[in-house]
Design a protein around this ligand. Structure first.
Ligand code: ADP
Ligand code: MG
Length: 265
């Protein structure tokens, strides 16, 4: 589904400030895989998503989606196959619009209907979808998004992503800004949607326990490279100490990142 070949991304190439953030990276993700990605700050995780989504062009290397070379395709062209969710709950929805208008815009993207304006059938469909979130949002469809909590917004962003009917989900620390209770609710919803819609998923998290507990495959990134790639039974047996030990073995130094280690505690 996703194939990255010799991908390199250098910012300010050819200047004294040149900085290689993704380094000759190769990765193949099969359809339906759920990959968790962990790594210290600045490891290049978000940049990797920018390269996959077409938000950034690689300095060299190629990006294939479903067998097609999309390296030169702009972001809007890839957006039809991809949904992306960010850490900031404000990023996924339009604050000054109602829930139903936000949902309508999303449906346009997924071409579920040739959307002209909201009609009764669509409202009923949205209502039914919101009931599934179990947050009481079905009675608030005419309220502005800005009245929702961070957790509700992230849940709605997830629902809207699914309604847009993507094949690939890119989740960038999408629960990091939420309190533990809401983070758990949004993670439950995430796994449910991924399973129901058979999404090929890449999920960046700074929570080692989440990276281990969720998904079918775990990648650890460091300094623009994938240094650990575990799946199947090996992943099932993984623990936080084991992961830290693997990092030390590869890098010959201790893993240092307060945020990640605190979240693992
Ligand atoms: N547009 C940019 N221009 C210059 N440097 C950037 C840009 N985007 C990211 N970087 C740098 O690239 C490195 C990797 O960033 P990022 O991919 O956001 O890391 P992560 O998501 O793993 O924390 C960081 O050092 C960051 O400062
Ligand atoms: Mg990041």
């Amino acid at each position: 589904m996703i194939s990255l070949q010799n991908l390199t991304c250098t910012f300010h190439a050819g200047t004294p400030n040149a900085k290689t953030v993704i380094r000759d990276l190769n990765l193949t993700v099969d359809a339906g895989e759920f990959v968790t990605i962990i790594g210290s700050n600045g490891a290049g995780k978000t940049t990797l998503f920018n390269l996959i989504s077409g938000n950034l062009l690689p300095t060299s290397g190629r990006v294939f989606i479903d067998g097609e070379d999309v390296t030169a395709h702009p972001e809007y062209k890839r957006a039809r196959t991809m949904g992306r969710i960010f850490q900031d709950p404000l990023a996924g929805t339009a604050s000054n619009m109602t829930l139903e208008d936000n949902m309508m815009i999303t449906c346009k993207k997924g071409f579920k209907w040739p959307v002209i304006s909201l009609n009764r059938k669509m409202r009923a469909y949205f209502c039914e979808q919101l009931v599934n979130l179990k947050m009481g949002l079905e009675s608030r469809m005419k309220e502005n998004i800005s009245t929702l909590s961070g957790g509700q917004r992230q849940a709605l962003t997830l629902l809207m992503m699914v309604l847009s009917n993507p094949a690939i989900a890119l989740l960038d620390e999408h629960t990091a800004a939420l309190d533990p209770r809401n983070a758990a609710i949004v993670m439950d919803l995430t796994t449910r949607f991924i399973t129901e819609h058979r999404l090929t998923t890449l999920m960046i998290t700074h929570n080692m326990n989440h990276a281990i507990a969720y998904g079918s495959r775990l990648l650890m990134m460091d300094a623009g490279e994938i240094i650990i790639d575990v799946s199947g039974a090996d992943k099932a047996r993984l623990t936080v100490p084991k992961l830290l030990e693997m990092f030390s073995t590869v890098r010959r130094k201790a893993f240092e990142n307060d945020e990640v280690l605190l979240a693992a505690g």
